[in-house]
Ligand binder design. Structure first.
Ligand code: ATP
Length: 464
């Protein structure tokens, strides 16, 4: 006997009894002589499959089918019809019936129809469980203890449900904007579609447009011979996350606005209109209002990108998250490095809460990673974490400290050259500290890997 429950709804006793007799050894059969009692029984004992006579007294088969579909969407129903009345059968199939059988019933034919229907149910269940697995594997582990971040997560869960609403995520660097964007994607109905990200700051201005929108062959010198689709197309049916959206070139801004308003765009050098459904989530840690005032960012684009705005507070504004996040990262790195570190000393916890996290969660994660590398006790100490700056106090009482830079000489100075030299110096220093590991060097400078790689290419020798 299988666990499948089948309702047989037919006013002819002989039909009900013959089906029950033929199938009762294999399935749980419940019989009804009218639709109404069957519909009420479904509330407490929902069937997997319904065999439903079309010509019922009272509510007829077609009405019953509609009512059942309304109350139990997706319920599989096989119609039983007295003769092959094409119109009625078509009406039933249009309303979502799975199949139909004609009286007088041939039991072997009916059994085959039932087996097919149940196989469909089994496959649907399998697909659902695979979907849930995908969700479980991909939903990022987002630590949210403070009330303010919990509210953000509830809001984000609601926003996720409408898959074409653009979302603008604002927050300082390292607050978790990309993580929130992926949480929106994986909670949305499009979670099976791709989630792609592009960091607009890490791509040279003249390339960002073709990266985003693709190009046709020969669109510009250096464009590949075959043309290429852009990330917007590649993310079709899913989500494109535009990080550092404030760095988009004016051309790219105009094209993106058109896409958001009309759902269409042209590849660079292309004449064929591309129509695509991709949700755009963007993020910035820049003050877009200021950029709009300076004429560097389009106001109309700002409004389109920010149909829904999500603001992520800085880590120091939600201290309740600091220790749960620190413990989460500690467990992650203990596992990764195979170290028997189990927590923090009380002094280390105090220092973690008191620290001024200008690099937010990313900085906290880096500090824990470094602490895990050097720490040798079961509990990490403030020395392991190298934390000595309390909140609100930038390095060694900045007010009293001597200015860290040389004064401007009377003849003036080349600020751009100085910036470049400084950037080169710190990129090299970070790589050295990180033993040549780019990802770690990027984290030391609170940059993401793409940005680091881009700047390294620009200022130092190209990475291997
Ligand atoms: N609430 C959180 N729970 C767990 N990990 C987090 C949380 N917030 C941030 N992180 C982790 O911190 C790091 C930085 O997060 P993320 O890259 O999402 O920040 P961001 O705001 O997009 O940064 P940027 O502005 O520099 O692009 C990532 O490793 C991310 O996994």
């Amino acid at each position: 006997m299988t666990d499948y429950r089948i309702y047989v709804i037919d006013d002819e006793t002989v039909i009900r009894e013959s089906i029950a007799m033929a199938l009762a050894d294999v399935y749980r059969i419940e019989t009804f002589d009218a639709a109404e009692p069957a519909i009420s029984a479904m509330e407490t004992k929902p069937p997997d499959l319904v065999l439903l006579d079309i010509g019922l007294p009272g509510m007829d088969g077609i009405q019953a089918l509609e009512e059942m579909q309304r109350r139990h969407p997706g319920l599989l129903t096989v119609m039983i019809t007295a003769f092959e009345d094409l119109d009625t059968v078509i009406a039933a199939m249009r309303r979502g019936a799975y199949d139909y059988v004609v009286k007088p019933l041939r039991m072997d034919g009916l059994e085959a129809t039932i087996r097919n229907a149940l196989e469909t149910i089994r496959l649907r269940k399998e697909v659902r469980s695979l979907q849930q697995q995908v969700l479980k594997d991909n939903i990022p582990c987002f630590i949210a203890h403070s009330d303010v971040i919990q509210d953000v997560m509830v809001f984000v869960g609601q926003v996720a449900q409408s898959p074409d609403t653009p979302v603008l995520i604002q927050g300082e660097t390292g607050t978790g904007k990309e993580l929130i964007a992926s949480a929106i994607h994986y909670q949305s109905p499009n979670f099976q579609g791709p989630f792609l990200t592009i960091n607009c700051a890490a791509i040279p201005t003249d390339l960002v447009e073709s990266e985003l929108f693709g190009y046709e062959k020969g669109a510009y010198s250096g464009a590949g011979a075959a043309g290429k689709r852009g990330l917007l197309e590649a993310a079709g049916g899913g989500t494109l996350f535009l990080d550092e959206v404030g760095d988009l070139s004016p051309n790219a801004q105009a094209k993106l606005l058109r896409f958001l308003e009309q759902g269409e765009f042209y590849r660079v050098g292309g004449t064929r209109k591309q129509i695509i459904e991709t949700r755009v989530i963007s993020a910035t840690n820049k003050d877009l209002d200021l950029m709009i005032a300076d004429g560097r960012f389009r106001k109309d684009l700002y409004f389109r990108l920010g149909v829904v705005k999500v603001k992520i507070p800085a880590l120091n504004a939600r201290t309740a998250d600091i220790l749960p996040l620190a413990r989460h990262f500690l467990m992650e790195f203990a596992d990764k490095f195979g170290k028997p570190v189990t927590g923090f000393t009380p002094a280390a916890e105090k220092a973690l809460v008191a620290h001024r996290w200008t690099g937010n969660v990313r900085e906290l994660k880096n500090v824990i990673e470094r602490g895990m590398l050097v720490g040798s006790q079961p509990l990490l100490t403030p020395e392991d974490l190298e934390l000595d700056r309390p909140a609100g106090k930038p390095a060694a009482d900045a007010a009293d400290a001597p200015a860290p830079f040389a004064p401007i000489p009377p003849e003036g100075m080349d600020l751009t050259a100085l910036e470049k030299a400084m950037e080169r110096f710190y990129l090299e220093a970070a790589l050295k500290m990180a033993g040549g590991n780019e990802s770690r060097a990027a984290r030391l400078l609170h940059l993401n890997h793409h940005t680091f790689r881009y700047r390294r290419k620009k200022y130092l020798a190209a990475p291997p």
